[in-house]
Design a protein around this ligand. Structure first.
Ligand code: ZN
Length: 271
């Protein structure tokens, strides 16, 4: 079996012996991401919050970064025109985060969840930010216990519903490790993400998460909620912290792209 050490030794031996460069290139440590990037990073913004329009989009523009916004209709409705304008002018991606953001799924069957939460939200997105046949979904509150049965059956039911209603993938927010390309390809309905600044307003936390992804050539997905002048509680990130994270990302050998672009890229790779 090839270990990382033996791959490295083999690469050195190939170079010293003058073996064809193509053979050496196959064994390069991070072959998958564009332009030799050491990790992919997706910035995601949940819940369709006013502060994202007011404080996140300008910072993204300044850093030259494109993001994925997971919208809920109940929050976004009041500024529907602003979201529509953002979609027209920005190049950001817009995903589905349900109509009302339910954190308790017990009142729903799969059918009623689709009828009340998924499909009306999709219609709103179609109308305001444009149709997307490869729409992504983010699980509100990361809960997946939809319908009867044990946790595995509930999750399988939820994933099957997302597939049949046309979603091409879904993001959790469980503070789990970054996604390997192989994992993301095998299970695009359980994409893992980190919302560390929601718990503590410190740019070092998301930076450490991305650095961890860079060690293995993985895909780090960061989650933000409110971006405010001053943090007052859980779920909020200060403008200063948000800016610091974006500035750091722009200076690193990472590929920052909306989630859909990263999934497209992985789909085209021999992983
Ligand atoms: Zn949410």
């Amino acid at each position: 079996m090839l270990t990382r050490r033996s791959i490295s030794a083999g690469l050195t031996a190939a170079v010293l012996s003058g073996a064809p460069l193509a053979a050496a290139r196959v064994r390069a440590p991070f072959p998958i991401w564009p332009n030799g990037a050491r990790a992919a990073v997706s910035l995601t913004y949940d819940d369709g919050l006013d502060s994202q329009l007011d404080n996140a989009t300008g910072a993204l523009d300044a850093a030259g970064l494109k993001a994925t916004f997971f919208i809920t209709r109940d929050n976004a409705e009041a500024r529907a025109e602003d979201w529509a304008n953002l979609a027209k002018t920005s190049g950001h991606e817009f995903g589905n985060h349900t109509v009302t953001h339910p954190c308790d799924l017990r009142p729903y069957t799969a059918a009623s969840f689709a009828r009340r939460e998924l499909l009306p939200m999709e219609a709103w997105l179609d109308d305001h930010v444009g149709r997307n046949p490869k729409r992504l979904f983010a699980y509100p509150c990361s809960v997946t216990d939809l319908g009867p049965g044990d946790a595995n059956r509930q999750l399988a039911r939820y994933e099957a519903l997302l597939k049949t209603t046309g979603f091409r993938g879904a993001r959790t927010c469980d503070e789990d490790d970054p996604n390997s390309p192989r994992y993301a390809r095998a299970d695009p309905y359980r994409l893992r993400a980190s919302a560390t600044t929601s718990d503590k307003d410190d740019p070092a936390l998301p930076i450490a998460y991305v650095q961890d992804a860079m060690k293995r050539g993985d895909w780090a997905i960061l989650v933000f909620h409110d971006i405010l002048e001053r943090r007052t509680g859980l779920g909020e990130t200060s403008i200063a912290t948000h800016d610091a994270v974006l500035r750091w990302l722009a200076s690193q050998p990472v590929w920052c792209a909306p989630m859909g672009q990263v999934l497209d890229h992985i789909a085209g790779q021999p992983v």
